[in-house]
Design a protein around this ligand. Structure first.
Ligand SMILES: Cc1cc2nc3c(=O)[nH]c(=O)nc-3n(C[C@H](O)[C@H](O)[C@H](O)COP(=O)(O)OP(=O)(O)OC[C@H]3O[C@@H](n4cnc5c(N)ncnc54)[C@H](O)[C@@H]3O)c2cc1C
Length: 430
């Protein structure tokens, strides 16, 4: 298995923007240095941070609707009781200290011909635009599900209140209750996310409500890191987790939900009654990307070498909203793509040669105390595609010391990426 160095983990490095120092030669004086970024998650906020590191005089505006960002990554650990909710929350003060203009408003419109973004009652003109709005939930992909029903049967796949709701429901459930999880179809945010969540709910049930069960209903035939997850289900959560994968006989895609009776019915016609239901439906790119015409189907196709849109000229799109060949939708990927985009913008504005990009992803998942697994690869553009390089994945049967090391790595990654995205330790620039 390829191990990242401490430095790589600590910095959350996925790609290299460092070295693209274009300072000094900017077209700022000619009015050519305004960057607007929509979305302040690991994608958008990293671009803002990297641009300011590259050239602190650059005029960078980050438009993010929420004042506090709550990470989905590590939210499963909160469900399992390993992490506080407060530890998932981060503000934009560090980026503000670096001189990023952070606007807390919803971007509702973009005029790409005039190069103007409308957010709230104000307009923001730009020379370069980055769109990083993450995902929206496709509520109508399951009959009977809706934003209102999600208040009874949470998806907990957007950060914040939904995750807290699921946690409260698990805590309130009787010992002996049934939790039903509906897994999503590909492609979706964080491919191992539902299965890490299953382990964390499994841990919670095992330690707090041991007579209870978690039933997974999955429309897929296979999923990310399946061998190590299946091993963990058997090793730690035997008689608690029941995994139902779609096969040639049964289609376990949930097609219908009755919120009143908390009954979930699969395509094959089987029904489950839940005490707690965690319904994770299909997803699509955030609404602003759809409105801007950046999508083809549900996602935004991009040019592999610099994540510019293939649909709308001169717009960068990064993170979960994109469909980037085999690169999974993860915070690590979004952060890695952001660094390539920041480097591309810095080079373009400085009129300097561009570096060939080098993307990276690793996804860690905690399966039990001191036991984590991972999957990852590097990615290089090849034509319109991103080719995986040196992929690696945890294997069943690994010893406890290695798994503990992988868990420690994941903690270092979380601290590293948070600093990399939100610049918490940044000092005010004069
Ligand atoms: C349960 C779970 C576990 C996960 N675990 C991991 C993990 O271990 N490792 C990992 O790498 N990834 C993990 N992920 C995935 C990770 O959370 C996402 O891939 C990542 O957040 C994507 O970043 P993003 O910047 O593209 O989008 P987001 O993080 O969704 O950020 C988008 C931001 O844009 C804002 N926004 C959207 N539209 C507008 C608008 N019109 N105007 C203003 N603001 C707007 C939103 O408020 C949001 O803050 C996990 C996800 C889940 C659900």
């Amino acid at each position: 298995m390829t191990n990242l160095t401490r430095r790589e983990i600590g910095l959350g490095l996925g790609a290299t923007v460092a070295g693209t120092s274009a300072a000094g030669t900017f077209a700022i004086a000619q009015g050519g240095g305004k960057v607007v970024i929509i979305g302040g998650g690991p994608g958008g906020a990293t671009v803002a941070h990297q641009l300011k590191l590259g050239e602190h005089k650059l005029d960078v505006t980050l438009i993010e609707v929420s004042k506090v960002y709550t990470t989905c990554f590590f939210s499963n650990l909160y469900l399992g009781g390993f992490r506080s909710y407060a530890s998932l929350q981060h503000n934009y003060d560090g980026l503000k200290r670096l001189g990023v203009k952070v606007v807390h408003a919803l971007a509702t419109d973009v005029d790409t011909s005039r190069k103007v973004v409308t957010a709230g009652k104000s307009s923001y003109s730009y020379d370069r635009l980055v769109v990083a709005p993450g995902i929206d939930i496709k509520f109508d992909s399951i009959e009977g599900y809706s934003q209102k029903v999600a208040e009874i049967m949470p998806h907990a796949y957007l950060p914040g209140a939904q995750t807290q709701l699921l946690k409260r429901q698990l805590e309130a459930m009787k010992n002996g209750g049934t939790v039903v999880m509906v897994a999503p179809n590909n492609p979706y945010r964080c491919p191992p996310g539902p299965y890490e969540r299953a382990c964390m709910i499994g841990h919670f049930l095992k330690t707090k409500k041991p007579k209870s069960k978690l039933v997974i209903l999955d429309p897929k035939r296979a999923f990310s890191k399946q061998p190590v997850f299946v091993e963990a289900f058997g090793k730690y959560y035997k008689d608690i987790i029941e995994l139902n994968l779609t096969n040639e006989i049964d289609d376990y895609a949930v097609s219908k939900i009755d919120a009143k009776t908390k009954t979930l019915t699969t395509k094959a016609g089987k029904s489950w009654k839940a005490d707690v239901a965690n319904v994770i439906p299909s997803q699509r790119a955030g609404a602003i990307a759809v409105k801007m015409g950046l999508t083809q189907g549900d996602w935004c196709p991009v040019n592999a070498e610099n994540f510019t849109s293939t649909q709308v000229k001169e717009v960068y799109v990064i993170g979960d909203a994109t469909i980037a060949a085999e690169m999974p939708k993860s915070a690590f990927s979004a952060n890695s793509q952001a660094k390539v985009v920041a480097a591309d913008i810095l080079s373009a504005l400085a009129n300097k040669p561009k570096f060939s990009p080098n993307f990276r992803n690793t996804c860690w998942s905690m399966v039990a105390p001191d036991d984590s697994v991972k999957i990852g690869a590097g990615y290089l553009p090849k034509g319109q595609k991103l080719d995986p390089v040196a992929p690696f994945v945890s294997k069943p049967g690994e010893d406890a010391a290695l798994r503990k090391e992988v868990f420690q790595e994941s903690l270092a990654w979380y601290s590293g990426i948070i600093e990399d995205v939100f610049a918490k330790g940044a000092k005010k620039k004069g």
